[in-house]
Design a protein around this ligand. Structure first.
Ligand code: FES
Length: 363
């Protein structure tokens, strides 16, 4: 496809593999791999997912995009081939990353897409391969891979190659157990530089927070920090959380540990565990009630109040909000004693009951 980057055939491919080898070497040297608790199912989803994406999905999508381009818009083939490389590169990267931001965000907010993206969040450890852990169908529908195909068709192969290298460095770096950003948090004098860096690029701390199990730790935000290469989209669209800290617990609350076949091939293969979101016939019904629950708290006790109305442990969150636009409310008890928490989710003074359920009763 067009001329090779810097005159070297497949240079971008070599560099991506080089980056993976680099991080795997670092992780191995650091002893992380020997301490891993990953199961066979985890390995096959991560390493197999990487191989499938690199050698099947991406080439297939680029081939189809080329075919569609030639059939539907042949006049614009190579339209940007003579344009300024850096302008094409910036345009390619910004559009690529904003597409991925929204696709990733929808992967958390819409039930079907969540079921395809959920394997990514079942990882209980980070590592460079976690970035490749999603259901196969998730990748087939990924808009930014189609965008790569289109840009190459338009003659921007060189920009794509450079952009992919830069993007892989950031994404693999943000999933790696080598937390390169910790160095920057150690020295106060680096604060201004760190501030700028984390407000442009996704750092490990920013992305680890997205993989944290629950907001209860005050660090994690599994329903925020959706950015991939740039953190600017999260800041622009109100989903950014910067703490410069790393959650201790990663993964999903109530993970039913589906077999890798179901996780990867859903919806072709469903989970055989009835409590799993990817089991046939699984439903997340509303569990709201028109009466509050009286709960007892210790002073400063933290809890997550369910906002989505689907928790099986009302009025508290049990993680059932995944696949909806809701996320729980992190609360802290101001004093020791009892409090009446809302279960109807109509209250205007959440998490407390304000008797809104009485109006609903009269409807
Ligand atoms: S279960 Fe988490 S907000 Fe409802």
């Amino acid at each position: 496809m067009n001329e090779p980057l810097f005159g070297i055939e497949n240079l971008d491919g070599y560099v991506v593999i080089g980056i993976i080898l680099f991080f795997s070497l670092l992780e191995t040297i650091a002893g992380y791999l020997s301490a891993t608790k990953r199961t066979f199912s985890d390995w096959i989803q991560e390493a197999g997912g990487f191989a499938a994406l690199s050698f099947v999905y991406k080439p297939l999508i680029i081939f189809i995009a080329f075919f569609l381009g030639k059939s539907l818009i042949p006049n614009v083939q190579n339209a940007v081939a003579d344009a300024n490389l850096w302008l094409v590169l910036i345009g390619y990267l910004l559009i690529d990353d904003v597409l991925q931001y929204w696709y990733h965000r929808f992967g958390h907010e819409y039930s079907f897409l969540w079921k395809l993206h959920r394997p990514h969040h079942q990882a209980e450890e980070m590592g460079f391969f976690v970035s490749y852990r999603n259901a196969g169908l998730y990748y087939l529908m990924m808009p930014n891979i189609w965008w790569v195909g289109l840009v190459i068709f338009l003659g921007g192969a060189k920009a794509v190659a450079i952009g992919l290298i830069a993007k892989q460095i950031i994404i693999i770096g943000s999933h790696s157990t080598v937390r390169w950003d910790e160095f920057f948090y150690k020295y106060k004098s680096l604060n201004p530089l760190t501030y700028v860096l984390e407000r442009i690029f996704v750092t490990p701390a920013f992305h680890y927070a997205h993989h944290g199990k629950s907001m209860i730790d005050g660090i994690s935000d599994p329903n925020g920090n959706f950015g991939n290469m740039f953190s600017i989209w999260d800041q622009l669209f109100g989903t950014a959380k910067f703490t410069r800290r790393f959650p201790l617990e990663l993964g999903l609350v109530n993970d039913p540990k589906d077999k890798w076949t179901a996780a990867y091939f859903y919806p072709l293969i469903a989970s055989d565990k009835s409590e799993s979101e990817i089991a046939r016939g699984f439903r997340k019904d509303l569990t709201t009630k028109l009466e509050p629950t009286v709960c007892e708290f210790q002073k400063d006790e933290k809890y997550l109040w369910c906002k989505c109305g689907r928790s099986k442990n009302q009025p508290f969150c049990d993680g059932s909000h995944h696949g909806t636009k809701f996320k729980p409310l992190l609360c802290s008890a101001k004093r020791e004693g009892k409090a009446k928490l809302c279960n109807c989710k109509l209250t205007k003074s959440a998490p407390f009951c304000d008797n809104s359920h009485k109006q609903a009763e009269n409807l």
